[in-house]
Design a protein around this ligand. Structure first.
Ligand SMILES: Nc1ncnc2c1ncn2[C@@H]1O[C@H](COP(=O)(O)OP(=O)(O)O)[C@@H](O)[C@H]1O
Ligand SMILES: [Mg+2]
Length: 269
């Protein structure tokens, strides 16, 4: 039996939104169009735009709406700050922004998502990866959580873009007490299990998921995306506690994921 993988972020988002308990964790998301861009920027000052079937953070851009007062102090003007890779461009109309974006998209489908202001570590944003796996006895279990800190001046935390893996607890302790961090950890573990259960209704052969989770400045929890082929190697390399990776590996072996080639594992998102 093959392990189920699902590339489309839009397909996975629609499934999560069907579940009331999960929908509140999903940032507003639309399929990209000029109209959706206008609507989303009408509601959110920050949006992220990403390929529907992307990985490694490739092609992910952000747009921030800026307001400034004209010299006559009567008419505020709106401009749009586009960030991608390490570049920044300013646009004065949605149409010109859309034109540049459409050229970047190269005909591929893109999504537009409410941007989350991530918590920071040393002035760099970080998010979390929650790994949830099917246990040999058939239960969903969240087997590990790691933090991922963006490289300097980057808007994404992916390893392939220079993002660095950190332990969960010290990152969170920069913002809250140990008890609060533990409460959020529990909520994240449950979130992984519930998201896996919901996705499994549509994808019965699902065996593992990796949630990319953002914590915002008010400690709200947001699911940025669900990976159905999560990288396992960060859990090996990083944890001093070998029992964590031992369990990850035990479960992965039981459902038939090939862990023999490091190269292969590295190719996963
Ligand atoms: N809505 C968002 N708000 C804030 N940051 C985001 C948002 N969406 C994506 N990001 C950042 O971009 C990274 C890559 O986006 P993601 O949706 O995980 O796509 P990929 O499949 O390429 O990893 C995330 O890990 C996060 O750092
Ligand atoms: Mg991701």
């Amino acid at each position: 039996m093959t392990i189920q993988r699902v590339a489309s972020k839009w397909a996975k988002t629609k499934i999560l939104l069907k579940n009331k308990g999960l929908a509140s964790y999903v940032p507003a998301t639309r399929q990209y169009s000029l109209e959706a861009l206008g609507d989303m920027l009408g509601t959110h000052t920050l949006v992220y735009i990403k390929p529907d079937r992307g990985t490694y953070g490739i092609g992910v851009v952000s747009v921030e709406q800026l307001h400034s007062q004209n010299a006559d102090a009567e008419t505020p003007t709106t401009s749009y700050k586009l960030r991608y890779e390490q570049k920044t461009e300013i646009f004065t109309s949605l149409e010109s922004l859309d034109k540049t974006l459409s050229a970047l998209f190269q005909g591929k489908e893109y999504l537009i998502q409410q941007g989350i202001h991530l918590l920071r570590h040393k002035d760099r944003p970080f998010d979390l990866r929650v790994l949830t796996q099917k246990s040999p006895s058939g239960q969903w279990v969240s087997t590990g959580i790691i933090g991922r800190v963006a490289a300097k001046n980057k808007i994404i935390t992916n390893h392939h873009s220079g993002g660095v893996v950190h332990h969960y607890k010290p990152l969170m302790l920069e913002h809250m007490t140990a008890q609060e961090a533990e409460n959020i950890r529990k909520e994240l573990n449950t979130l992984g299990v519930n998201a896996a259960g919901q996705l499994q209704k549509s994808y019965p052969n699902l065996k593992e998921i990796g949630l990319d989770v953002a914590i915002d400045e008010r400690w709200n929890i947001w699911i940025l995306e669900v990976n159905t082929k999560p990288a396992l190697f960060p859990f090996k390399k990083f944890f001093k506690d070998p029992s964590i990776y031992k369990q990850v590996k035990k479960y992965a072996n039981a459902y038939g994921r090939d862990l023999s080639s490091k190269k292969k594992a590295k190719k996963t998102g």
